[in-house]
Design a protein around this ligand. Structure first.
Ligand code: FES
Length: 110
């Protein structure tokens, strides 16, 4: 029996402004994660959909990065409306939001 239907990891890694890779934290990741957690609670999904902060997921250039398991769908999220679209489409209806997936075969291989 599985504990969660989906498990979402959002990178909140923080680096200095001078770091060449940049970081998800400085691109709004914390706000996106808080919004996601709030919405999961409002929708009554927080017992079956888990959202956690992660460290660097090694996809910094696409960040803020979110990956959803068990499907392993990798997203680059740029706004709160992107978060909403992922909730409504992927999380609630199992439909990948293609326009937001990371377009790199290292992440989304199928
Ligand atoms: S800092 Fe977020 S993926 Fe590396």
């Amino acid at each position: 029996m599985k504990r969660f239907d989906k498990h979402i990891f959002i990178c909140e890694n923080k680096r200095t402004d001078e770091h060449p890779k940049g970081c998800c934290y400085n691109k709004g990741a914390a706000e996106f994660k808080e919004h996601l957690k709030k919405r999961l609670k409002e929708l009554g999904l927080s017992s079956i959909i888990r959202a956690n902060t992660s460290g660097c997921l090694d996809a910094c250039e696409f960040g803020p990065v979110m990956v959803i398991y068990p499907e392993q769908t990798w997203y680059g999220v740029k706004s709160l409306s992107d978060v909403e679209e992922i909730i409504e489409s992927d999380i609630m209806n199992n439909r990948i939001v293609n326009r937001l997936t990371i377009k790199d075969k290292r992440y989304n291989r199928d």
